[in-house]
Ligand binder design. Structure first.
Ligand SMILES: C[S@@+](CC[C@H](N)C(=O)[O-])C[C@H]1O[C@@H](n2cnc3c(N)ncnc32)[C@H](O)[C@@H]1O
Length: 256
């Protein structure tokens, strides 16, 4: 009898540590660390209104045209949307509901205000979450986009596997940094000049990193997008990856 009781306590103890471990893991990933402050959010909001202001409308236009979104209903997620300017531009061009998912909730009051002012308050949501652990069920989103955020994700393979998991079968993700190919060269040059050395990175290395992530996860249907307009040879337009959750490849390595 005593031995049975000991075994019971031992099992209960193991169960307790497992549950505590899971909760702790979740809690950790949901608490913004010191980088994600109000000051940080305000800095990015300022940049989105000044230096980066010309970026969002062309990017939204390209996304809507490439993925045929103008008549589509459903849910779009902008992961690491921050100020949410891209979402407002996407709302102007689609009928979809857009969710700003960001690890820094200090962006949200400004985001909601901006959406309200543009008449889209009823078509947006904001969720405080970490790209590594998305609080959505499998096969939830009709599209996931992200600009200028993925290079902050510590475990990119895990975050991309989360994106894949949350996409509906057949749905697409467009994740990257920099500009869309329809941004006029003059505007792109002006932005890069203002950003100075901060945004100098080797695009070939970044492309390799994205290839490796796709390969590691076993994602077959993807395209690295480095397209840019004529005359932009010396201008860094950034790098993007477009990938689709195929009906026959719903489960991938490491998640999904
Ligand atoms: C440079 S800002 C870009 C904001 C916005 N996408 C834009 O283009 O204006 C990077 C954003 O990614 C968010 N971010 C960084 N790490 C994240 C993570 N692990 N999960 C979710 N969001 C994250 C930051 O809080 C910030 O809003």
């Amino acid at each position: 009898m005593m031995e049975l009781l000991h075994r019971f306590y031992f099992l209960a103890l193991i169960l307790f540590f497992c549950v505590a471990g899971c909760l702790n893991d979740k809690a950790l990933s949901l608490h913004p660390d010191e980088k994600y402050t109000e000051q940080n959010a305000h800095g990015m909001i300022r940049a989105s209104r000044k230096t980066l202001a010309p970026v969002y409308a062309p990017l939204a236009e390209q996304i809507v045209s490439d993925f045929d979104l103008s008549e589509k209903d459903g849910i779009g997620i902008d992961l690491g949307s921050g100020p949410g300017t891209l979402i407002v531009e996407l709302c102007k061009r689609t009928r979809m509901h857009w969710i700003n998912v960001d690890i820094n909730p200090n962006f949200f009051p400004n985001f909601y205000r901006q959406a309200e002012e543009n008449g889209f308050g009823h078509r947006v949501s904001a969720i405080f979450a970490d790209a590594h652990s998305l609080p959505f069920r499998d096969n939830y989103a009709d599209i996931i986009v992200s600009r200028g955020s993925y290079h902050f994700w510590e475990d990119k393979v895990r975050a991309f596997s989360e994106i894949y998991r949350v996409l509906k079968p057949g749905a697409v993700a467009y994740i990257g940094r920099g500009f869309s190919r329809n941004l006029p060269v003059k505007a792109a040059k002006k932005i890069r000049a203002k950003q100075g050395k901060k945004m100098q990175y080797d695009v070939n290395n970044k492309a390799n990193e994205l290839y490796n992530i796709m390969n590691e996860l076993g994602i077959k249907d993807y395209r690295i997008d480095r397209s840019k307009p004529p005359g932009s040879e010396n201008v860094n337009y950034g790098i993007w990856v477009e990938f689709r959750k195929t009906e026959e490849n719903v489960h991938i390595k490491g998640g999904g």
